[in-house]
Design a protein around this ligand. Structure first.
Ligand code: PHE
Length: 447
């Protein structure tokens, strides 16, 4: 193994890079439509509960594992408990990460294409007034989605190959502030549309009658996916942290920014959707179909469309960087390959395995198993099965394998205080494992 590990240049650098991972398509593309399908505000409240009671405590623990282990997502567990097989948790994380990147790169490629279309003025003036048809024919094209997916993977690999400080940290330091400013501009634009109040009410006033166990499970999956939890991401990024990094405060900041961007995305999307009388539960094409339609009815719509798709692209890019880094850190250290070699190798394999995902809407649309395409299977297995399961193992490792007192000792260095430790200990040992098991059993219909 290679022992000269890189470190983050600044503490803000770590926070922005981690927030860059968390904030992504999950917030801007996925959150509004699962919230829309789950009944709006009631879903949002349940989601917030999961984020605070399950997400935040697990994130603190995951960062601590990385900083203690000082290795990739799998070997950090080994460094802490070499005699027990807990490193399986890390391995599951790396596998789910890899699988997520396979389909994530497809949608991220779509956002790149839509940004270029909007920026060159071809999105809104397209002769097809039916944006649904335009989107459908793009994603089902025999090879166009693969080209955009490849372009995206090349950009991501170029950044990751540069390393932690010069690549990941540097680019997040530039891209994340740009993203925040653009999102605020868009939110102001959307909130000043007439009739937006109704959209706000849908988003902010809870109606619990639409809450079912499926909605609860969707909220849990959304919390894990959106926070990039239990994927080994925080172990990997945490392993580049110095001992004076205040882990609980950083985790709090990352969660805050992630929720903030999801809420801002909701504030952008719901008022606009209601203003133009569109069904908020309209599903995954909300961003690609509904939005162009909305922009084409708006003064300066072309400009706002370009800004909007640039935002979605930036958010997706910084998350894709983190997804690749988890795999690269593993390949780089385990197989003792140079970072550059490891990056291009991992990028290429992701692209090859991800190819069927890109073709799932066109030539391979009929290749289904139990009604799911290859794309759906990657999404379902990684986000809905592997992540919550790895989350359960993670909680058990922190609470019973590594032991809370040891986590506290790792967190409390150089004068840092872990003030909420008693509460954290109770959540990690009892509440989180029990909650995850109940939701799991319910989802497979056992209780
Ligand atoms: N959290 C990212 C998003 O919301 C996706 C992601 C999942 C990134 C897992 C890294 C690891 O888009």
């Amino acid at each position: 193994m290679i022992n000269t590990r890189e470190e983050w240049g600044t503490r803000l650098g770590f926070m922005l890079a981690a927030a860059g991972s968390a904030i992504g398509l999950g917030n801007i593309w996925r959150f509004p439509f699962v919230a829309g399908e789950g009944g709006g505000a009631a879903f949002v409240l349940i989601y917030l509960g999961f984020v605070l009671l399950i997400g935040l405590p697990l994130m603190i623990g995951e960062i601590a594992i990385g900083r203690k282990g000082r290795a990739n997502a799998m070997d950090s567990y080994r460094a802490i408990r070499p005699e027990q097989p807990w490193h399986v948790t890390g391995l599951l994380g790396i596998v789910s990460n890899f699988m997520i990147l396979c389909f994530y790169s497809v949608v991220a490629g779509w956002t790149l294409y839509y940004f270029i279309l909007a920026a060159t003025g071809r999105l809104l003036t397209s002769t097809k007034s039916n944006y649904g048809e335009a989107f459908g024919s793009f994603i089902s094209h025999p090879f166009a989605p693969v080209i955009w997916q490849s372009l995206l993977m090349i950009i991501v690999s170029l950044i990751v190959a540069k390393g932690v400080k010069q690549g990941i940290e540097r680019w997040n330091n530039i891209l994340m502030p740009v993203l925040f400013v653009l999102l605020l501009v868009l939110a102001v634009r959307s909130l000043t549309l007439s009739g937006g109040g109704e959209g706000l009410a849908f988003f902010l006033r809870p109606d619990f009658s639409s809450v079912t166990s499926t909605v609860v499970l969707a909220a849990l999956g959304q919390a894990f996916f959106s926070l990039s939890l239990a994927t080994g991401l925080y172990v990997t990024y945490g392993s580049y942290c110095r001992t004076n990094t205040h882990i609980p405060a950083n985790a709090g900041g990352i969660v805050f920014l992630d929720v903030l961007v999801a809420v801002i995305a909701g504030l952008i999307i719901f008022p606009a959707v209601f203003h133009f009388g569109i069904d908020p539960g309209r599903g995954p094409d909300l961003v690609f179909v509904t939005f162009p339609a909305i922009f084409s009815n708006m003064p300066l719509g072309g400009l706002f469309a370009a800004l909007f798709f640039f935002c979605v692209f930036l958010a997706a890019l910084t998350s894709a960087i983190s997804l690749l880094e988890v795999v690269v850190a593993y390949v780089h250290e385990r197989w003792a390959l140079r970072r550059v070699t490891a990056t291009w190798l991992a990028g290429l394999v992701v692209l090859l395995v991800g190819l069927p995902c890109a073709l799932s809407f066109g030539p391979w649309a009929d290749a289904t198993l139990l009604d799911r395409t290859v794309f759906d299977w990657f999404d379902f297995l990684a986000a809905s099965v592997l992540l919550p399961f790895a989350g359960l193992l993670l909680a058990l490792f922190l609470g019973w394998g590594w032991k809370p007192e040891q986590v506290k000792a790792e967190v409390e260095q150089e004068g840092v205080r872990f003030q909420v430790f008693p509460l954290w200990r109770m959540l990690i040992r009892y509440v989180i494992p029990v909650a995850l098991v109940i939701i799991f059993l319910q989802s497979i219909g056992l209780i």
